[in-house]
Design a binder for this molecule. Structure first.
Ligand code: NAD
Length: 281
């Protein structure tokens, strides 16, 4: 099936970035959210981002016009027109299973349903539908317009055709798809979050100050950001949640969250979004 029309479910941080990139890549895009305020924010964020990229010369006027044509809706009525669906709603397993049931009931037969989940099993999400062969993970990175990688996660039943179509769509968005099998944290968070967690253990055991830990990894290992600064950007609650998923689903003690991470989340020190994490903002 030729993909022309993409329906994005969820207009938050990731949903609006995905809608923007899909539109500027030439797809007709509808962005749906249950919260009208989220849609208003998404519309404003896309207008601001595309205006900035146009000014910088990264986007053409035609691409900006495509982004301006994104439809914003509060229900799934027009999902029947979609050739591909990308779900980027709140990270809550029960909510995602319900959304996938609804998408399955309303999207045309054969249409591929994808999820941007960071931590929920694609195999389980697919099992909520009657079309598990056409369900696949498309894990975009934040901020979507700038980041090149999209992890493509194959559930147990994902067909080759579904995987290949996901690859084609991502390449048309000028991004690089990398395939991962369905396993807790996929490739990205399986490696990134334990590294961040280990740096929190190092801080907790007074191996170095936050600045020293970050500088060693930045200057010595050539990472663009230190792990503690990155944790502040991602959100300490999100890092804790992923570590708990890894520990529970892989059943290994090596994934246990650092006690300091838990304590900071309990205190409401969530990083940039709360104004305080390992650093003050
Ligand atoms: P967010 O909280 O910014 O946005 C989620 C949106 O989903 C909200 O606007 C909410 O109103 C909406 N929503 C809730 N229920 C809905 C429903 N039934 N139908 C339609 N919309 C609904 O969250 P986010 O950071 O954009 O994350 C979205 C997904 O992307 C999650 O699965 C998350 O794990 C994943 N993800 C996030 C990041 C990140 O850095 N934020 C990175 C990669 C993947």
């Amino acid at each position: 099936m030729t993909i022309k029309n993409i329906f994005v479910v969820g207009a938050g941080t990731m949903g609006n970035g995905i809608a923007q990139v899909a539109a500027t890549s030439g797809y007709q895009v509808t962005c749906m959210d249950v919260q009208p305020t989220a849609l208003e924010k998404a519309k404003a964020a896309i207008a601001k981002s595309t205006a900035k990229l146009l000014e910088k010369g990264t986007l053409t006027q035609k691409q900006k016009t495509s982004a301006d044509a994104i439809q914003f809706v509060t229900n799934m009525d027009t999902i029947k027109d979609a050739d591909l669906v990308i779900e980027a709603a709140t990270e809550d397993p029960e909510l995602k299973f319900k959304i996938f049931k609804d998408m399955d009931a309303n999207a045309r037969e054969g249409v591929i349903l994808t999820s941007n989940t960071s931590s929920i099993s694609i195999t389980k999400i697919a099992a909520a539908t009657k079309r598990p062969d056409t369900v696949v993970g498309m894990h975009f990175m934040n901020p979507v317009p700038l980041m090149k990688l999209v992890e493509v996660i194959r559930g147990l039943a994902t067909s080759d055709e579904t995987r290949n179509t996901a690859f084609e769509v991502i390449q048309r968005m000028d991004k690089t798809p990398i395939e991962a099998n369905d396993s807790p944290g996929f490739i990205s968070n399986r490696i990134l979050c334990p590294m961040i967690n280990e740096s929190i253990f190092a801080l907790q055991e007074n191996v170095g100050t936050p600045e020293a830990i970050d500088q060693v990894i930045k200057l010595g290992m050539n990472h663009p950001m230190g792990p503690l600064a990155l944790a502040d950007l991602i959100g300490l609650d999100v890092v804790l949640f992923v570590m708990e998923v890894l520990q529970r689903d892989l059943g290994e003690d090596k994934y246990r969250p650092a006690y300091l991470l838990r304590k900071m989340v309990d205190a409401g020190y969530l990083g940039r979004k709360s104004g305080r994490g390992f650093y003050k903002y």
